[in-house]
Design a binder for this molecule. Structure first.
Ligand code: PLP
Length: 354
């Protein structure tokens, strides 16, 4: 595949990484590629970062056909930049595309695109502790018509944003509200796809939680509102009576790459990891009997995020005295160690950029 590169005439100065706010600063260039059912994917190009123009009837503006990915480029101590399991993001994007009837991108082309784009923008990867270059691939349906059907035209883009450390003040446990009214997704729906629509449906509960002083929502299953699903933009894990328990991928949960990596690390170290249904009742009886030892969220942004307090129907429950647990801390050290190249990558998860 051929990528036409047009470089900017006026490169921006690199920001000071201590002042970065998530997703507000963007690099000098962006990747774009068009799809039509006649031509397939075509016109792959890297161009100066700029606004894009859309037909007012463009599918994405009316029917929400949009999917995205999120991954990071990390700067190692030797100055090289590397990605973490990019092939997993590419496979998940193609699964999301299949669910939303958007076109898939062959894995080797998608990897070549990422490699070329990050190669061009790698100087934007900050080097301070905990910082990275966040990559946001996304795809949207772009027919110029109000008819409702699977699209004939689509656009795929990648933008990149240098991001500061998620934990500037140390890894502080978060307070999470269990949402018992709104649901994020249902089996048979789009819960397992990383699509914008899932987020649009989540915002109301997120706002409610924020007003009560909680940072994120813990979703329950959409049918019985009984089983734990996931937290905001993170999967969730618990240590109950020595075992690790995480909700199984039923179709309404996003299959996180951090989740998968945590499970693989834990299993390699001999932990018992159960991927199964976990009801709120079971969780609270574990809390009351003192068997709930740790709880944490896991996702690319925070890696792991300890949960110090859960609220259900205005009742509050503290976990592990509101402190980060041992397993949570250990997972953080292992995953960030591999991502930033401080630890040897015995799993073969890192992908260096040339
Ligand atoms: C992206 C995302 C996650 C985390 O996935 P990672 O691949 O670990 O970053 C979890 N839940 C939702 C809803 C997400 O969108």
């Amino acid at each position: 595949m051929d990528i036409k590169i047009t470089k900017t005439d006026c490169p921006s100065p690199k920001p000071d990484s201590s002042t970065l706010e998530f997703g507000k600063t963007f690099t000098d260039h962006m990747f774009i590629m068009d799809y039509s059912s006649d031509l397939g994917w075509h016109d792959a190009r890297i161009v100066p970062f700029a606004n894009i123009s859309l037909h007012p009837a463009s599918t994405v503006l009316h029917y929400g056909s949009e999917i995205f990915e999120g991954l990071k480029a990390y700067r190692r101590a030797d100055g090289k930049v590397q990605l973490f399991r990019p092939i997993e993001n590419i496979r998940r994007m193609n699964n999301s595309a299949e669910r939303l009837c958007l076109p898939q991108i062959p894995e080797e082309d998608a990897l070549y695109i990422l490699d070329t784009f990050v190669g061009l923008e790698q100087d934007w990867t900050p080097s301070a502790e905990g910082t990275s270059l966040y990559l946001r691939p996304f795809m949207f349906g772009n027919d110029e018509s109000l008819g409702v059907h699977a699209v004939h035209n689509a656009t795929f883009m990648i933008i990149a944003s240098p991001v500061g450390s998620y934990y500037k003040e140390g890894i502080n446990p978060v307070k999470i509200m269990i949402e018992s009214e709104d649901v994020r997704a249902v089996r048979g729906g789009t819960g397992y796809a990383k699509c914008g629509g899932n987020y649009a449906a989540s915002n109301r509960a997120g706002e409610k939680a924020e007003k009560k002083g909680y940072s994120q929502v813990l979703w329950l299953d959409g049918v019985e509102r009984k089983y734990i699903e996931e937290v905001g933009a993170m999967n969730v894990m618990f240590k109950i009576d020595g075992k690790i328990v995480t909700p199984k991928l039923t179709g309404s949960i996003l299959p996180g790459i951090t989740r998968k990596s945590c499970i693989e690390v834990l299993k390699s170290e001999g932990y018992t990891v159960e991927e199964r249904l976990l009801s709120v009742d079971e969780l609270f009886s574990a809390l009351e009997s003192g068997k709930l030892e740790e709880a944490w969220g896991c996702g690319t942004a925070a890696v792991v995020s300890p949960i110090g307090e859960l609220m259900l129907n205005d009742k509050k429950y503290t976990i592990n005295n509101g402190e980060i647990g041992k397993v949570t801390h250990h997972l953080y050290d292992i995953l960030t160690g591999i991502q930033w190249g401080r630890l040897e990558d015995t799993f073969g998860w890192t992908y260096p950029i040339k």
